[in-house]
Design a binder for this molecule. Structure first.
Ligand SMILES: Nc1ncnc2c1ncn2[C@@H]1O[C@H](COP(=O)(O)OP(=O)(O)OP(=O)(O)O)[C@@H](O)[C@H]1O
Ligand SMILES: [Mg+2]
Length: 358
């Protein structure tokens, strides 16, 4: 439904915000654009909406290039981070507004009927006669989304729509957004820099860094099968453990311990591992306490964090700080001396360039 090809954006000051971006979005999918601040998320949305012109490349809807189409004719619903509702209008007037002006202008009664229908869908019927100033952030958010939907756009673009809301409300509204866009069947791009938000609502996640797509995949795959070191470090909380290692004589050496290469599962290698420097990546839940004498290394626990049903152990190994997640029932306290090993079949190995080979 949305096909983006070799999209490049260089701003007037010469800054290259998008290098060469390629992706396709299926009709009806909810896709998250995820990445750190400044990676180019809003630039992509603004290019799709026509608020910016690409330096080169193409954007097509259902095979039809739209880069030469006027923004107002692109049939897009856009909700910005700071969704501005008209303060002097009621909720009902706000929602109906796009149907009373411009190309979509229609008889008042018809517009009112459509507005009513969508207000029902987004559960804001009760707010009909209120002014935006008297609504909570979450309610205003729902009004802004409803106003985008009444135009029956073929694409809905949401730029960090939940960033003004408190944590609990964010959780609820994001579930609502997912339910809503699935009910309406509208193709949606949702921008966020919150990985948990992206993981919980998307059909697909496009993870960007410095204007380059790092991975475009099912949400779970970003965690389980990261394409490179950046993805592995961006996704996951607590962050993945990374150890700089050197492979030599069939052994992987870290500052303070070594592991024979055979510990790694041969069919998990995507490439050969010639002697040289690498990064070993292990998620905290894959660093496992073992019996004394077993395992790759031992460490003094210098911090224990209890988070719900988990216990997060913190310790230093060589010059790196590592974390291990164990069950809250495992009575491990600060000061304990423990032996650890890795779940080798779930570890990752990255080249110095960041490319993943295992
Ligand atoms: N008009 C402009 N001129 C020059 N550079 C710009 C302009 N607009 C954005 N940029 C730069 O382009 C890069 C991408 O900006 P963009 O707004 O797309 O980031 P973003 O991923 O949406 O970040 P955030 O999460 O902070 O909203 C940033 O480095 C930004 O400083
Ligand atoms: Mg942005």
């Amino acid at each position: 439904m949305i096909e983006v090809t070799n999209l490049k954006k260089v701003y007037e000051n010469g800054f290259e915000a998008l290098k060469s971006v390629n992706f396709n979005i299926e009709k009806g999918d909810l896709v998250c654009l995820l990445g750190p601040s400044g990676c180019g998320k809003s630039t992509i949305l603004n290019l799709i909406a026509g608020l910016l012109t690409p330096t080169s490349g193409d954007i097509a809807f259902a095979g039809q290039s739209i880069v030469k189409t006027e923004p107002k004719d692109r049939n897009i619903g856009f909700v910005f981070q700071n969704y501005a509702l008209y303060p002097h209008m009621t909720v009902f007037q706000n929602v109906m507004f796009p149907l009373t002006v411009g190309a979509k202008k229609m008889p008042k009664q018809e517009a009112a009927a459509i507005a009513e229908k969508y207000m029902k869908l987004t559960n804001i019927e009760d707010l009909k006669d209120k002014k935006p100033g008297t609504l909570s952030g979450g309610q205003q958010q729902r009004v802004a989304i409803t106003r985008a939907l009444v135009q029956n756009p073929q694409v809905l673009l949401l730029d960090e729509p939940l960033s003004n809301l408190d944590a609990r409300l964010r959780l609820r509204i994001r579930e609502e957004i997912r339910r809503l866009v699935k009910e309406v069947g509208i193709t949606t791009i949702f921008v966020t820099h919150d990985q948990e938000e992206a993981l919980s609502i998307s059909d697909k996640i496009i993870l960007l860094n410095e204007g380059i797509i790092q991975q475009n995949d099912d949400p779970q795959n970003l965690y389980l099968e990261p394409a490179n070191l950046f993805v592995a470090q961006f996704i996951g909380n607590p962050i993945i453990n990374i150890l700089p290692v050197e492979v030599k004589n069939g052994t992987m050496h870290y500052e303070t311990f070594s592991v024979p290469n055979e510990r790694f599962v041969s069919d998990r290698f995507k490439d050969t591992m010639p002697e040289g420097k690498y990064f070993l990546g292990i998620r905290p839940e894959d660093v496992l306490p073992v019996e004394a004498g077993d395992g790759a290394f031992s460490a003094d626990i210098d911090g224990v964090e209890l988070i719900g049903r988990e216990r997060i152990l913190k310790f230093d190994v060589g010059s790196e700080h590592l974390k291990s997640i164990v069950k809250v029932e495992d009575q491990i306290e600060e000061g304990a001396h423990l032996h650890f090993d890795f779940a080798y079949h779930k570890a990752f190995i990255f080249k110095e360039s960041g490319e993943r080979i295992y």
